[in-house]
Design a binder for this molecule. Structure first.
Ligand SMILES: CC(C)(COP(=O)(O)OP(=O)(O)OC[C@H]1O[C@@H](n2cnc3c(N)ncnc32)[C@H](O)[C@@H]1OP(=O)(O)O)[C@@H](O)C(=O)NCCC(=O)NCCS
Length: 178
């Protein structure tokens, strides 16, 4: 567990997910999916029950190249980051990061602290050597956050996301861990 002081003076706690967090996570996902179009699912589309989520968290805890962390303000779950490393010897060192913060808490520094925590964990893991992510090309706020923390753009694919009759490009970003 780590604690941080945010821009507004509030104390943020970041810790790894526990199986008993599962119901709160499902509620968090349902809320955030209605607050942003930048995720790969919308309201009601996550399709994971609290029981399945708890099993997933168990598997993350047992793994040395997966991470699921949560940010709390006064005990309330306000942000989440996941990193999933590959399963096979040739891909164990690389994986993909996903991050979300509840809309009411954007621009307080929570996303920054979640990613810093992940990068520090990756360095200490001695397994993870590359952190990748995918982001909508028009998600300029998230792109600036990633660039600020050292991620670089590595390419673009077209038609990666489809929403309300429109295709969106996706930017691949990454940071090497040494
Ligand atoms: C992207 C997201 C995780 C950022 O979290 P956050 O807690 O607001 O990020 P921070 O407060 O640490 O922001 C750090 C910096 O990133 C940049 N940034 C973040 N959001 C921004 C926005 N909406 N517009 C412009 N810049 C932004 C700024 O440089 C900011 O620094 P500043 O506030 O000192 O100017 C959050 O907005 C979110 O969950 N969005 C919806 C889901 C999403 O887009 N996830 C990423 C999918 S790839």
């Amino acid at each position: 567990m780590k604690q941080f002081r945010l821009h507004n003076g509030e104390e943020l706690t970041i810790r790894r997910a526990k199986p008993e967090d599962a119901p709160d996570i499902v509620a968090f996902i349902e809320q955030i999916s209605a607050e942003t179009d930048y995720l790969t699912f919308g309201p009601g589309e996550f399709g994971i029950t609290a029981e399945q989520e708890a099993q997933f968290i168990e598997s993350v805890i047992e793994s040395d190249n997966k991470l699921m962390i949560h940010a709390f303000l006064e005990g309330r779950l306000v942000g989440q980051l996941t990193f999933m490393g590959g399963a096979r010897p040739r891909t164990r060192h690389v994986g993909e990061l996903g991050i979300t913060v509840l809309k009411d808490y954007w621009r307080l520094g929570i996303g920054t602290e979640l990613i810093r925590y992940c990068l520090e964990w990756a360095k200490q893991s001695r397994v993870v050597r590359k952190v990748n992510l995918r982001v909508h090309s028009d998600n300029t706020g998230a792109i600036s956050l990633y660039e600020k923390l050292g991620f670089v753009c590595e390419g673009t694919t077209t038609r990666q996301f489809y929403l309300d009759g429109t295709f969106y490009d996706c930017i691949y970003m990454g940071i090497e861990i040494d």
